[in-house]
Design a protein around this ligand. Sequence first.
Ligand SMILES: Nc1ncnc2c1ncn2[C@@H]1O[C@H](COP(=O)(O)OP(=O)(O)O)[C@@H](O)[C@H]1O
Ligand SMILES: [Mg+2]
Length: 268
Amino acid sequence: MPLLEVSGLSKAFGDNTVLRDISFSLDRGQVLSLIGSSGSGKTTLLRCLNFLEQPDGGRIAVDGRTVFDATATQKLSRAQRRENQLTFGLVFQSFNLFPQYTVMRNLTLAAELAEKERLRAARASREEIRAACAAVQERALDLLAQVGLSDKAEVYPCDLSGGQCQRAAIARALMLSPQILCFDEPTSALDPELTGEVLRVIRALRSDERTMIIVTHEMEFARHVSDKIIFMADGVIAEAGSPDELFGAPQSEKLRAFLAHSRHGEEA
Ligand SMILES: Nc1ncnc2c1ncn2[C@@H]1O[C@H](COP(=O)(O)OP(=O)(O)O)[C@@H](O)[C@H]1O
Ligand SMILES: [Mg+2]
């Protein structure tokens, strides 16, 4: 059974249909890259998966469990909604760190709230809650080490480079242990000399068998890190397949034109 199954997803903003009948599946540990020109619907698709937009039609299932169904009539409980949201994590192009908190606090804030909420619902003791918060701190330190930011725990985002901010944002997304981690153009806001350190961190996550969906304009990176590629054009999946299929033998004129454009380093 695939880990993620998306079927017939659609989304419109007013009369602008942005996603049409999007269907794909992904196995556990696989990496999917979404490529396509600006405006083709890539961000909207990620936002639908992360419950930041509500699709108009279709179904999303994770591990056989339906997390979204446009035809569902029953309202989900708050706890169910929360659980569904935690299935996915999203790393934004613009990092979205909280500027008023240290790197450490950026990592621990949501995780501590989630732990407290869970433990209070289970009527845990203060002692248990304190222990859980200590575990969150430990986990944050481990993840900071993993992204090479051990020495930045007490630093504020304004004193980090863009690459360091993005690595902190990746660690923050990992704090909540999402089953599927999504990236929306994680290096687009960075100076070219800083993209390498972020792409290296993402590549290293891949070797942990993590399931990831990456929107990227870095074609070489997509080719090497992905198990699957989806090429989106005008809100539909125009082509899908292995990196060798899409990059080696593109079928459509649209994809050929897109790849030719990308190779010339132009903004697609
Ligand atoms: N919140 C929104 N309200 C209205 N239109 C939107 C909104 N978000 C995206 N769109 C439109 O949806 C289309 C796809 O955008 P987007 O998903 O951002 O594409 P991509 O990430 O591939 O560049 C664009 O036409 C964009 O203007
Ligand atoms: Mg986008």
